[in-house]
Design a protein around this ligand. Sequence first.
Ligand code: NAP
Length: 279
Amino acid sequence: MTADLSGKELAAGIRAEVAAAAAELAAAGTPPRLAVVVATADESSAWYVRSIARAAEKTGIACSIVDLGESATPDRIRAELAALSADPAVHGIILQTPLPGDAVFEELAAAIDPAKDVDGANPLSLGRLAAGLPAFAPATAEAVLAVLDHHGIPLSGAHAVVVGRSTVVGKPAALLLLQRNATVTVCHRNTKELAAVCRAADVLVAAVGRPNLITAEYVAEDAFVIDVGTNPTPDGGLVGDVDAGSVTGFAAGLTPVPGGVGPVTTALLLRHTVASARG
Ligand code: NAP
C-alpha cells in the first residue's frame, strides 16, 4: 500500500494562514507585494508565473509581473532587481528562469535584497542556510521538508537520498534534511550505480527533470518518495521524475505530480512574502 503524500491540504492551510496575515498587514498600512522578474518567452515559465500571481491575489498579496523581454541584458535584469530591492512597497522578489543566454542566475540573484529574497535565490541566502543562520530557503526545497513533516515521516537518523544537486532544489533540500538529522546522500549525473544508491534510501527525493527516471528498481519497499520533477508532456500535461505506475503499490509513500510539492512551493513563496512584509 503506497500512501498518497498529497500537498494540497497542506498548501490550502498555508494559504489560509497567509490570507489572514495579508489582511492584517493591509489593515496596518503595509499591503504585501510580490514582484516576479521575467526575461523569457518560455510558455511553461509564463504558466508558472501566472499561477503564482493568481495564488498571490487570492490570498490578498499584490503581485507585479515585471516582464523585461527575452532580449534583456544581465545589466538590465540586475538593475531591475536592485530597484525592486530598494522599493519599500515591494516585500518579495522572485527572479524567474530561464534567463537569456549569457545571464548567470546566481550572479543576478545576488542583486536581490536577502530580506526580500523569498525564493532563497541570492547565494548569500544559501550560504546562511548552510551555516544554520536565519534565511529564506528556496521554496521548493522547503516544500519537500514541509510535505514530509505534514505526513509525519520521521527524518532523524533516516537515510535521505537526493537525486539532483541544483542550487534551487537539490543542494538546499540536502542542507535542510541534514539540519533535521537525516543522513544525506546527494546524487548527480556522475553517480555510479544510481539505482542501488537510491534503493538504500528511507526517504528518496527526485529533483532531476527526467520523466520517469525513478522506477521501482530505484526504490526500497518501505521508502517514502518525494517527486519534485515537473516535466511537461506533449499533450499539455505534467509528469514527475518518478514512474508512478511502477512505484505505486511498492513504496511506502509517493507525492503526486501535480498536487504534491508544487502547490506547497507556491504557498511557501506567499508565506515568505508576508514574513518579509512583517519585517
Ligand atoms: P536542474 O538545474 O536541471 O538540475 C538537475 C539535476 O539533476 C542536476 O544536478 C543533474 O546532475 C541531475 N541529473 C540530471 N540527469 C540525471 C541523471 N540521469 N541521473 C542523475 N542525476 C541527474 O533542475 P532543477 O532546477 O533542480 O529542477 C529539477 C526538477 O524539479 C525539474 O523537473 C523542475 O521542473 C522541477 N522543479 C519543480 C519545482 C516545484 O515547485 N515542484 C520547482 C523547481 C523545480 P548534474 O549536476 O551532474 O548535471
